[in-house]
Design a protein around this ligand. Structure first.
Ligand code: SAM
Length: 460
């Protein structure tokens, strides 16, 4: 890493804020960032680390998270990565979901979700049960979110592309937990994004702070009485952190700031960095700060808020759609010939020719732009049913009748789109490496035809 350069205005404000600590802080910004890895507990456990032969250290706030100390493999281009065994995520970025503590069976909203680092973590903590709405307002960022959620194999996710104010109008007070991973000035990511350091401007901080207040207002409307709200940024600026929370608490008396668990490496919020008339009487030290000179990972800020009131039970109608007629015959034929698990009776819906299993009824999102609903199972076309890639990544080898277990080298060839020469029983076959599904193949004669999606294939 070359030397990071930032404007003198940034250096002066951090010096003013941090005083004696500033030298350590600036030194830390000039060191290499760490690599973080979070296991997908929907699919695997720590055995994956041994199989990858990597040396790791634990992340104090997330048992499924690790700092990678040594690795001989390119972790972002490994068949286990394509199989959704893990997500490469900075340890600090695991903190907001650890604070939110999502539970199986809850209704959870990630209001600014792309590319899905935190949404995939939430999905795994929920063990695929309940409802996770992963929303992203910027259309061009949604595809990466869909890809990551699919790779993780989570079946209970609704991916939406909406302005948060619209979500608030449609789903007022419906969620047990809401995450606001706010767009911010990104000071905490300078080591990973050096361009952001050189482009830093005080006016950008002010602009972000205004946007964050509005976003948090919308998010608060979505939290049910007794529900949780986590606000997070990856920046150091108090205007975007404690000041946003102070302003929020002043305007939302039905929310309180919750004392966080005392995880090693977490530093308290700084009430003294907020105007006294705004901070007075508020327990802003309950916010959490992660500093690059005090913990492993990038800079981060998070606050856990709770809405007063009693918690209502689950308030979402479940999907009751069934397969009928010719589609039912086609899906049933595919299922009988391919699967070992029972064909779900209810929860089906069609989007064009594609059939999905839904976490909640379609009428729950009538006025919301939904990009991906639940688990895409496959496409029914001209009397045939072709299984979706998302279904493969949701399955494990025990769920199907035919599995092609490939070596790492063969798996890499499959991920590049090559057909696999092998003998086997004719039909749809789950392609796997070490028991982790990678996608579909179709055995025809002595060749397993490659059905790994063209857009995901490894190039080179
Ligand atoms: N949660 C994501 C993850 O862990 O992978 C990262 C989210 S990033 C910090 C913030 C997101 O907010 C971006 O995807 C950005 O497109 C989105 N965003 C930008 N402006 C927004 C706005 N006005 N309201 C809501 N989201 C916005």
């Amino acid at each position: 890493m070359g030397e990071l350069v930032w404007p003198s205005t940034f250096a002066e404000r951090m010096q003013r804020l941090l005083g004696n600590e500033a030298a350590d802080f600036f030194d830390a910004l000039q060191t290499e960032p760490v690599v973080g890895l979070r296991l997908n507990t929907l699919k695997c456990d720590a055995a994956v680390l041994a199989a990858l032969s990597i040396q790791v250290a634990p992340v104090p706030w997330a048992p499924e998270g690790y700092v990678v100390r040594e690795s001989e493999v390119a972790l972002g281009r490994h068949p286990y990565h394509a199989a959704g065994c893990y997500y490469l995520q900075d340890p600090s970025a695991m903190l907001p979901v650890a604070l939110l503590d999502p539970q199986p069976g809850e209704a959870v909203l990630d209001i600014a979700a792309a590319p899905g680092g935190k949404a995939t973590f939430i999905a795994a903590r929920m063990q695929g049960q309940g409802l996770l709405v992963a929303n992203e307002v910027v259309r061009g960022r949604v595809a990466a979110l869909v890809e990551n959620v699919e790779r993780f194999g989570a079946p209970h996710v609704l991916i939406t592309n909406e302005d948060p104010s619209r979500l608030a109008a449609v789903w007022e007070a419906r969620f047990d937990a809401v995450l606001v991973d706010a767009p911010c000035s990104g000071e905490g990511m300078f080591r990973k994004n050096p361009a952001a350091a050189s482009h830093w401007r005080e006016t950008h901080v002010q602009g972000c702070a205004l946007r964050q207040r509005h976003l948090l207002d919308d998010a608060a409307r979505l939290v049910r009485p007794g529900g949780r709200l986590v606000y997070a940024t990856c920046t150091f600026a108090p205007e975007e952190n404690e000041a946003v929370i102070a302003h929020f608490l002043r305007t939302h008396p039905d929310f309180e700031l919750v004392e966080p668990p005392s995880w090693p490496g977490c530093a308290p919020g700084r009430p003294d960095w907020v105007a006294p008339e705004l901070a007075e009487g508020l327990p802003l030290e309950r916010c959490v700060r992660l500093w690059p000179h005090r913990a492993l990972g990038e800079g981060h800020f998070a606050a856990l808020l709770r809405r007063q009131g009693a918690r209502d039970p689950w308030a979402w109608r479940l999907a009751d759609g069934r397969l009928t007629g010719r589609v039912r015959r086609d899906v049933a034929t595919f299922w009988r010939e391919t699967m070992r698990i029972p064909l779900p009776e209810k929860g089906w819906a069609a989007f064009g020719e594609a059939w999905h299993l839904l976490p909640v009824a379609e009428r729950e999102w009538r006025d919301v732009s939904v990009v991906r609903a639940g688990l895409r199972v496959g496409v029914a076309r001209r009397g045939r049913f072709e299984p979706a890639h998302a279904l493969a990544l949701h399955l494990s080898p025990e769920d199907v009748q035919r599995v092609a277990s490939l070596s790492k080298e063969m798996a890499e060839a499959y991920l590049r789109g090559a057909p696999i020469e092998r003998s086997g029983e004719r039909g749809w076959t789950l392609v796997a490496v070490d028991g982790y599904a990678l996608g579909w193949g179709k055995q025809v004669g002595r060749v397993l035809k490659n059905h790994y999606p063209k857009g995901l294939r490894w190039v080179g």
